[in-house]
Write a protein that binds this ligand. Structure first.
Ligand code: FES
Ligand code: FES
Length: 152
C-alpha cells in the first residue's frame, strides 16, 4: 500500500493507506486522533473540521494523498502545551459546549476564520456552516467575538 507522509500537529506522520482513503479515516483509525468527529462523511455537517495550513478542511472528504507533505492540525494540536488557544479559552468562558460532539469542528472553524481576519463581521461568523444539533450557535457567536477581541 502507498505510504503517505505529512505533518500532524507538529510531528511528521506516515500512513500506509490507499491514495483515496479519506483523511478522516487515516486520522481516527490509523493514527488514533479522534478529535475530528465523524458525522456525515460527505462534507456537510463539518463535525470533522481540521486545518490544512491555515485553511479549514473537512477530512472526511479529502483523500489522504492530497495532504502529502503538508501541515494538518486537529483540535489536539491547538493548545501550546498546557496553555489553551484563545479560542478554546473563549469556549470555556462562554460555556459553549452542550453534548460536545460538534465542538472540536466548531473551534477549528473559528480558528480558521480568525486566521483569515482578526475582525470578523456578523456575516463572516454566520458563514460558518458547522452544524450543531444541540443548537449552541448563540454561544458560539459570543465565543468567537470574545476570542477575536482578545486576540486583537
Ligand atoms: S463528517 Fe466531515 S463534514 Fe460531516
Ligand atoms: S454541542 Fe451537541 S452537537 Fe453541538
Amino acid at each position: 500500500m502507498p505510504n503517505h507522509s505529512f505533518t500532524l500537529n507538529g510531528e511528521t506522520v506516515d500512513v500506509d493507506a490507499p491514495d483515496d482513503l479519506p483523511l478522516l479515516w487515516a486520522l481516527r483509525d490509523k493514527l488514533g486522533v479522534t478529535g475530528p468527529k465523524y458525522g456525515c462523511g460527505i462534507n456537510v455537517c463539518k463535525a470533522c473540521t481540521s486545518l490544512l495550513g491555515d485553511e479549514a478542511i473537512n477530512p472526511c472528504s479529502v483523500p489522504v494523498s492530497a495532504v502529502e507533505g503538508q501541515e494538518v492540525t486537529t483540535i489536539e494540536g491547538l493548545a501550546d502545551g498546557d496553555v489553551l488557544h484563545p479560542v478554546q479559552e473563549a469556549w470555556l468562558e462562554q460555556d459553549v459546549a452542550q453534548c460536545g460532539y460538534c465542538q472540536p469542528g466548531q473551534i477549528m472553524a473559528a480558528v480558521a476564520l480568525l486566521r483569515r481576519t482578526s475582525t470578523p463581521t456578523d456575516e463572516d461568523i454566520r458563514a460558518i456552516e458547522n452544524v450543531c444539533r444541540c443548537g449552541t450557535y448563540f454561544r458560539i457567536r459570543k465565543a468567537i467575538e470574545s476570542a477575536a477581541a482578545k486576540m486583537a
